[in-house]
Design a protein around this ligand. Structure first.
Ligand SMILES: [Zn+2]
Length: 174
């Protein structure tokens, strides 16, 4: 059976009809976000109590691995710790050789997942068309940065975002 992992955006948008899908999982950080935003929280708690949705915490080691990948792809500035945990949870299932599907409307999460060769799906919108990698380059001195800056730390010039690579990244070790 496919392991299906839901991020915050997926739970907010979904009709929460997880029964038809199978093994549904999310993280404690997603749960906290839902509680804070008062979005479907009581429904989610009911699903957890009914053993339809399971809440897990990925290991710190995997979270660190995802963080490194995010930095490498130039997505570090765009993803939250909750996003990192969702991806790390997906990786933990992949390590057990399970079939995984992550439900997320977040493009940065989708991009990192595609580089990790993990499947994803949006709810009510399109997925990203192809994996991307970003690099941030100063227009003035052409220094390159892995993380997003508005202005160059070296010369104060304007920093622009560049997409450097559009391949599927299948030959990359993750
Ligand atoms: Zn510069």
């Amino acid at each position: 059976m496919t392991v299906v992992i839901y991020d915050t955006s997926a739970i907010i948008r979904s009709i929460l009809n997880f029964k038809s899908i199978g093994c549904a999982y999310t993280t404690y950080s997603v749960l906290r976000e839902l509680k804070k935003r008062r979005a479907n929280y009581t429904k989610v708690v009911a699903l957890i109590e009914a053993n339809i949705l399971e809440v897990l915490s990925p290991s710190k080691k995997l979270i660190e691995k995802v963080k490194e990948k995010a930095i490498q792809l130039g997505e570090a500035g765009k993803i939250s710790s909750t996003d990192l945990e969702i991806i790390a949870l997906a990786m933990s299932f992949r390590n057990k050789e399970e079939d995984i599907l992550v439900i997320t409307n977040d493009f940065a999460i989708q991009n990192i997942l595609s580089h990790l060769n993990i499947k994803y799906k949006s709810i009510g919108q399109r997925e990203i068309r192809e994996p991307r990698e970003y690099i941030y380059e100063c227009k003035n001195c052409h220094s390159k940065y892995e993380t997003k800056h508005d202005f160059c730390p070296k010369c104060g010039g304007r920093v622009i975002t560049k997409i450097v690579r559009k391949s599927l990244g299948l030959n990359k070790t993750s």
